[in-house]
Design a protein around this ligand. Structure first.
Ligand code: BV8
Length: 241
């Protein structure tokens, strides 16, 4: 179908899009959950039980991301180019908490699972940028409470961010692209079915290998994100889908 200004695109991304930038995924053999249990570091209960361990887990990832050695790759850049050249709206909904989509130039972007380079005060809810380590004794820069600062990320059992905006975009899109996600985590893993309910949107999975929800997509393209995403963006800019 041709490119027209009222045909909008939603792109869901997961850890696989940042793998070739040097960041670990979660469920690959060498992934994060192979080294630490999510129940010990990525739930509110874990934080209440052992905040020192949870801070250490996020401090290590934050210092790696903020250290200057991690850069967006051709897949992040292709999605920014798509948004710049496509006549309709392009919304990137990322499950990732890194800042590589922003660094690649994406502006219409939702971090549904939060952002590693921000912290939030559980007392006053203020959100602050943060690149340095966070500790249990740190004081909130706004309300001065201590021990209330946490990573501004969505843990298991917590409501993802901007869900109404996401579902509105899914209902209105003509193309849904899923990039670099295993399809294990909800509600993100259910987005493809939500799109299917709204009529004739096209759905495509671009991943290294079939995800749990692969059969739910009208089209699938497998390979490294830095190869398959730029090629797919070129194709839809030239000839649509
Ligand atoms: C919620 C932030 C409700 C922190 C993360 C049904 C419905 C609703 C909820 C549930 C449900 N069933 C279960 C639940 C609960 C739970 C859930 O889904 N559990 C799973 C484990 C079964 N969901 C939740 O708790 C969510 N909250 O539902 O709230 C609610 C309602 C009312 C009121 C209150 C609450 C919250 C989930 C968010 C948790 N936070 N992260 C952090 O990052 O530390 S999740 C974590 O997993 C990351 O965000 C990650 O992005 C996400 C998904 O993982 P992927 O990105 O897919 O990564 P993965 O490693 O799995 O896969 C990588 C893929 O890339 C692979 O397929 C691989 O092949 C591919 N790949 C690798 N290399 C490349 C590549 N692809 C291309 N190129 C390459 N080079």
């Amino acid at each position: 179908m041709s490119a027209t200004s009222e045909r909008h695109i939603v792109v869901l991304t997961g850890a696989g899009i940042s793998k070739e930038s040097g960041l670990d995924t979660f469920r690959d053999a060498d992934g994060i959950w192979a080294k630490v249990r999510l129940e010990d570091v990525a739930t509110p209960e874990a934080f209440a039980r052992d905040p020192v361990a949870v801070h250490a887990f996020y401090n290590a990832r934050r210092s790696r991301l903020a250290g200057g050695g991690v850069h967006p790759n051709a897949a992040h850049e292709a999605l920014a180019r798509l948004a710049g050249e496509w006549p309709g709206r392009v919304l990137v909904v990322t499950q990732n908490i890194d800042d590589l989509h922003e660094k690649a130039g994406s502006r219409n972007l939702v971090h549904m699972h939060g952002e590693l380079l921000k912290v939030r005060c559980a007392a006053c809810q203020r959100v602050f940028p943060r690149t340095s380590d966070l500790g249990v004794g740190d004081a909130c820069g706004d309300c001065a409470a201590t021990g209330t600062l946490r990573p501004h990320v969505v843990w298991f059992g917590e409501m993802p961010m901007e869900m109404e905006r996401i579902y509105d975009a899914l209902s209105a899109c003509a193309l849904f692209m899923s990039v670099g996600t295993s399809g294990n985590v909800y509600p993100a893993a259910g987005f493809v079915e939500h799109v299917g309910l709204s009529g004739d949107a096209h759905t495509v999975e671009l991943n290294l290998e079939p995800s749990v929800g692969a059969s739910l997509f009208a089209e699938t393209v497998y390979g490294p994100a830095t190869e398959v995403v730029p090629a797919y963006v070129d194709r839809i800019l030239e000839q649509g889908w």
